[in-house]
Write a protein that binds this ligand. Sequence first.
Ligand SMILES: [Zn+2]
Length: 250
Amino acid sequence: MKKLMSMEKDKLIKTKIIIIFIIILGLYINPTRNKSVAIMKDTKLETNCEIINSGKRGPTLFIISGIHGNEVAGVHALENYNFNLNKGRVIFIQKGSIEAFTQRVRYPYYLQDLNRCFPGVKGGRETERLAYDIFNVIRKYRPNLVLDLHEAEEYGEYSINVANSLIMNNISSDYSLLIKVLEELNNSSLEAEFTFENSSPTGSINKEVSERLGIPVITVETDMKRPLQERINIHNEVIKILLNYYGMEK
Ligand SMILES: [Zn+2]
C-alpha cells in the first residue's frame, strides 16, 4: 500500500516537472509577450499601459498621449499605429487622463492639470496619484526616450504659442536626436514646418522625467487649427521616425 502511494507521488512529481518544462519551452519558443497593465486600478482614472514586446533585446520607447483630453490627435495616432517591431519594446499609455479624454477637455474642473502634477504624490489627490503611477512606470522600465503627444491652442499650455514644435528640455545631450527628428519630419511628404523649444514648465512630464530620471523626453505639439487627419499623420510620422532611429521597426 505504502509502495503504491509512493508511486502515485512520483507520478505526480513527474507530471509537475513536465508541465513546468512545457511552460518554459512555450516562453522560449514564443518570447513575444505583449501585455496590458492597468494603472490607477479600480478608480475612475484607471487606464491601460500597453507593452509591446518584440521578444528581442533592444531599445525601449515609451509613448504617452491624452494627458490633456482635448488634444486628441496623438490618441488617434496611437490607436491606429500598427507596431511591427524587430527588436526592443514599445510601452504606451494612450489615454493619460481618461476622464479628460471622455469629456474632451484639457482637464475636468474637479481634477487638476495632469501635466503640472509630475512626478506626482503617493497618496495625494487623484491627479497627483495618477501622475505618480505614470512616473513610476517610466522609472521602472527606464525607456531610451519618452515621446509625449500633445496639441497646441493659440493661448494654451505656454505663454508662447508652441504649435508646430517639438519640445525638449535642456537639449544639450540629445541635440542630434532632436535635429534628426525635426529634419525628417520637415522633409516628409506631410509638408510640416516644425521648429523646437527647449524649455518645459514645472510639473510637466517633459521637465520632470528629463530632470529627475535623466531620460530624454520629446513633446510633440501639433497645431489644433489644422485638420484632424493632418495632425494625426504628424504624430504618426514622429513615432515612425523614432522607431526607425532606434532600428526597432523593419
Ligand atoms: Zn497638452
